[in-house]
Design a protein around this ligand. Structure first.
Ligand SMILES: *Cc1c(COP(=O)(O)O)cnc(C)c1O
Length: 369
């Protein structure tokens, strides 16, 4: 009988996620499965909470990985906080801001949006003007907009919100592990991330962190959280306290993988990891410029881990991507929405962000073009 797993090739993942996974993380996934209430496993859970708090620079007690991909973190953030008719402001400059709008609207929030051209950042003064006109329960923004390669001014928006009643909600799916996040210092109340971008772990978990202010807002809800699986009031009894209560079976082996991925980042050193992302981004941008390929996003707000580049004149978008995959075992990403057919998205996330990968891609592109 044929086993399809024997056909899996090693692909250099240089798209918008998933990213390349370190062999030690794959080894971690294959360790013996423990029971979800086994004391040794609970030790690993507690260690993961500490690893996340260290890397996010937060004292938030409620800092845990949710079972599910990055989008489950987005759902967790909104479903635990939003009640019918709550005023929510969402800052949109790409796909993931739009997804936030969809998620919040489905929960019955009264959603206002501020939209900015894709490929450009959120303008802080426009946010300031909107905040002076209306009080919002939640203000939400994507830190690293993976659909465009733009870094949004998360600390600056946080500074605007300091002292207000609004809950500051940040999508850090692509930023976490690739650029600095100082959760407490920046006044972030709710943050969610994902494992398969700069944490370089396969997809399947979503680290989240909630401030005391956000936890109070959850405690003061008038209505029940309308989603059983993501209700933090219940999940917390599994992740905290002397005796742990079953809620759902934790994805045990995925959590081994996340532990190892975070271990690697802490071992290399946070600063060194961010510098490695930036160094490889610069190496890539310079090499692409030599090939006549230009970046979409202005240097002032470019993400190191997600490089959006204009497809050069005359090049066949899908043809080049498929040649990269078939002939060179390299995956890069296509453009989305208004940028479809206009850009490629080259990821340098986590373990992918290494000079040998940059050189391999530049060499392959040179040959194809
Ligand atoms: C990838 C991504 C998500 C969604 O994560 P999934 O793991 O695909 O569910 C959300 N926000 C941003 C910014 C992302 O890049």
């Amino acid at each position: 009988m044929e086993n399809l797993l024997n056909n899996i090739e090693e692909i250099t993942l240089m798209g918008p996620g998933p990213s390349c996974v370190d062999p030690s993380v794959l080894d971690a996934l294959s360790k013996s499965t423990l029971g979800h209430l086994d004391p040794s496993f609970i030790k690993i859970m507690d260690a993961i909470k500490e690893q996340l708090k260290t890397l996010l620079h937060t004292e938030n007690q409620l800092t845990i990985p949710m079972s599910g991909t990055g989008s489950s973190g987005m759902e967790t953030a909104f479903v635990n906080l939003v009640e019918q008719g709550d005023p929510v402001l969402i800052l949109i400059n790409g796909v993931f801001g739009m997804r936030m709008q969809d998620v919040a609207s489905r929960l019955g929030a009264d959603v206002d949006t501020l939209e900015f051209e894709w490929g450009t950042p959120v303008v802080v003064d426009e946010v300031k003007a909107a905040l002076s006109k209306k009080d919002y329960k939640i203000v939400a923004v994507v830190h690293a907009e993976t659909s465009t390669g733009v870094k949004n001014p998360v600390p600056e928006i946080g500074a605007l919100l300091k002292g207000s009643n609004a809950i500051y909600l940040v999508d850090a799916v692509t930023s976490f592990g690739g650029i600095e996040i100082r959760l407490d210092e920046w006044g972030i109340d709710v943050l969610y991330s994902g494992t398969q971008k700069c944490l370089s772990c396969p997809p399947g978990l979503s680290p989240v962190s909630f401030s005391e202010k956000a936890v109070d807002a959850i405690k003061n809800r008038q209505s029940k959280v309308p989603n059983w699986y993501l209700d933090l009031a219940m999940i917390i009894n599994y992740w905290e306290g002397a005796t742990r209560a079953y809620h759902h079976t934790a994805p045990i082996n995925m959590l081994y993988g996340l532990y190892q991925a975070l271990y690697l980042i802490l071992e290399e050193g946070e600063g060194a990891v961010y510098k490695r992302h930036m160094d490889n981004h610069l190496l890539l941008a310079n090499g692409l410029a030599d090939l006549g390929i230009n970046m979409l996003v202005d240097e002032s707000c470019r993400l190191p881990m997600l490089n959006s580049v204009h497809i050069p004149e005359g090049a066949d978008d899908a043809g080049v991507r498929s040649a990269l995959l078939k002939d060179h075992q390299i995956e890069i990403g296509a453009g989305l929405g208004p940028l479809a057919g206009k850009i490629w998205r080259i990821g340098l996330m986590g373990h992918t962000a290494r000079p040998e990968n940059v050189e391999k891609l530049l060499g392959a592109l040179k040959g194809i073009l």
